[in-house]
Design a protein around this ligand. Structure first.
Ligand code: PEP
Length: 255
């Protein structure tokens, strides 16, 4: 596996944290802390902070993303935000299929696919999240489950569009729990994801696709996780809310 063929991307998922003013303060601290990073840096803020984030990050190496997007272009979908609304703001990335959306907001593999396709059609880069629950891991179905999630999420996505897709492997039992997958566990599943990408799109596309690990990644464990052959970055929740903690992971990824 040749890591040089793909981008290393560290993305922060701020979840439902920070008002627009607090977001601006965090970005002010982040800009100098990640300047000159040796990897791509993304922050996914709540919708309400996106305008401030886009404005603040102009001319910096920080890219801005949203945490969800609706699949319809417009219409009677109260409370939803379309892909065009995001691109119109200058947003470049969006997360689809985060486990919290699957767990609390009835997100399914099919709706993850619809959101992913809508986002790609609008020109966004998409971080597609997949991962197993603790029960599924204990049942020994992790690889089958993740393969299925990837296959359904990417139905109808072309090889060309795959240049704007990142897969984030996030074991549900490791998200926000302080319990990280071991580097070997992360590598095993990220490698399985790359194999399914090769089956779907061929080895060149698989080798060029960034696959992140997410789940309690922090400054202390980032080095070991990112050293693995198929781990090309991280999706960071809790540790992305503090500039120094996030910058330390960015620094580890840039080594
Ligand atoms: C996440 O929200 O995608 C995540 C990985 O969270 P945490 O880093 O807090 O586990």
């Amino acid at each position: 596996m040749d890591k040089a063929k793909r981008r290393t991307v560290i993305a922060g998922n701020w979840k439902m944290n920070k008002t627009a003013r607090q977001a601006a303060e965090l970005i002010d601290a982040l800009i100098p802390a990640v300047q000159g990073a040796g990897c791509d840096v993304v922050i996914c803020t709540p919708f309400t902070s996106l305008p401030a984030a886009v404005e603040k990050c102009k001319g910096t190496n920080i890219h801005v993303g949203a945490q969800n997007v609706h699949f319809e272009a417009n219409g009677a979908y109260t409370g939803e935000i379309s892909a065009e609304m995001l691109t119109d703001l200058g947003v470049e990335y969006v997360i689809t299929g985060h486990s919290e959306r699957r767990q609390y907001f009835a997100e399914t593999d099919e709706t993850v696919n619809k959101r992913t396709r809508a986002a790609l059609a609008a020109g966004l880069q998409v971080i597609v999240c997949v991962g197993e629950s603790l029960t599924q891991r204990e049942q020994g179905v992790t690889e089958e489950l993740v393969r299925l999630q990837v296959k359904i999420a990417l139905q109808g996505v072309s090889a060309q569009e795959m240049q704007r897709v990142i897969i984030a492997y996030e074991p549900v039992w490791a998200i926000g729990t302080g319990r990280t997958a071991t580097a070997d566990q992360a590598q095993e599943v990220c490698a399985a994801i790359r194999r399914v990408l090769a089956e779907l799109y061929g080895q060149d596309v698989a080798d060029a696709t960034t696959i992140q690990y997410g789940g309690s990644m922090n400054a202390g464990n980032a080095d070991e996780l990112l050293a693995k052959a198929d781990v090309d970055g991280g999706l960071i929740g809790g540790a992305s809310l503090k500039a120094d903690a996030f910058a330390a992971i960015v620094a580890a990824a840039g080594k």
